[in-house]
Ligand binder design. Structure first.
Ligand code: CP
Length: 315
């Protein structure tokens, strides 16, 4: 298993044993604690072209807790992107300043593009600067999936044998694409609960079908509430709709409240990558099944592990 200098662009670039190794290391870091000497002298660049609270702040926390410095922008206002600088030129430049780049960008495939830029640099004899995809358009969000699966493993004692329901905007929700791919490495059943217009893309279904994963589409949460082991709610991604009228037709279509949640198994865990808008009622927050805030907390050990592995600070 080789993690040093590795780009984290798509969850499909990882194997099940590699994911399990990351979870094992994250658990270790949670139990034994963080050491500021781990990444002392390293610097992480956080390039966020789109809004973020959890991804940016948990990577920043993870880096600093292990002793690394961070430099960042959050939104392109105030950067030379406003003057027309291309992604390639920004990556070429920032790669001189840092050891790893974590980026979020609105374009599908932008992280792969950035990784190609730093790989080409390395071929010219410069240091390889790994690219970590913190979300590229509606495509993927692999480190979110790693913390999601870590959360599932932590709460359910394992991932095999589970029924996982993905609910909401499965078309534009990049977290559900990465999560579906990752679940296909395990023996799972997946329920896709979405309005027809926001159902999981055909290319995702096709990928999972080849792996023999049982996939069923539903249009109501009530169809899965009593059987699912994990319900993964997602926000309708308003900002990715080309036409606001289309958004208005589906907004608020799914909502879980305390009463609906009470019909789920006591061991079921309600997860959400967050932020939520109105798809989980606040009255559900204190239910024992609600796990989304702890899930966000799991971002720190998982992302600390990833930074340490790709910078060669742990084996
Ligand atoms: N889950 C997630 O990506 O959250 P942020 O958009 O706040 O980073």
């Amino acid at each position: 298993m080789e993690f040093v200098n590795r780009d984290i662009v798509s969850i499909k670039d990882f194997t099940r044993p590699e994911l399990e190794y990351i979870f094992e290391k994250a658990k270790e870091i949670e139990e034994k604690g963080y050491s500021r000497s781990t990444l002392k002298g390293k610097r992480v660049g956080l390039l966020f072209y789109e809004p973020s609270t959890r991804t940016r702040m948990s990577f920043d926390t993870a880096a600093q807790t292990l002793g690394a410095d961070t430099i960042w922008f959050a939104g392109v206002e105030g950067t030379s992107v406003m003057k027309g600088e291309t992604l390639k030129d920004t990556i070429e430049t920032v790669a001189n300043y840092v050891d790893v780049i974590v980026m979020r960008h609105p374009f599908d495939g932008s992280a792969r593009w950035a990784a190609d830029v730093t790989t080409k640099r390395a071929k010219q004899g410069l240091k390889k600067v790994p690219i970590v995809n913190g979300g590229d358009g509606k495509n993927e969000h692999p480190t979110q999936t790693m913390l999601d699966l870590y959360s599932v493993q932590k709460t359910q004692g394992g991932i095999d044998g589970l029924e996982v329901a993905l609910v909401g905007d499965l078309k534009y929700g990049r977290t559900t694409h990465s999560l579906s791919y990752a679940l296909s490495m395990f023996d799972t059943r997946i329920d896709y609960v979405a309005p027809e217009a926001l159902q999981i893309p055909a290319h995702v279904v096709s990928f999972l079908k080849q792996k023999g994963i049982a996939q069923t589409k539903y249009s109501r949460i009530e169809d899965v509430i009593e059987t699912a082991d994990v319900i993964y709610m997602t926000r309708i991604q308003k900002e990715r709709f080309p036409d606001e009228n289309e958004y208005n037709k589906v907004k608020g279509v799914f909502r879980i409240d305390k009463s609906l949640l009470s019909r789920a198994k006591p061991t079921m865990r309600l997860m959400h990558p967050l932020p939520r808008v109105d798809e989980i009622a606040v009255d559900a927050d204190d239910d024992q099944r609600s796990y989304y805030f702890q899930q966000a907390g799991n971002g720190v050990p998982v992302r600390a592990t990833l930074l340490a592995l790709i910078m060669g600070a742990v084996e």
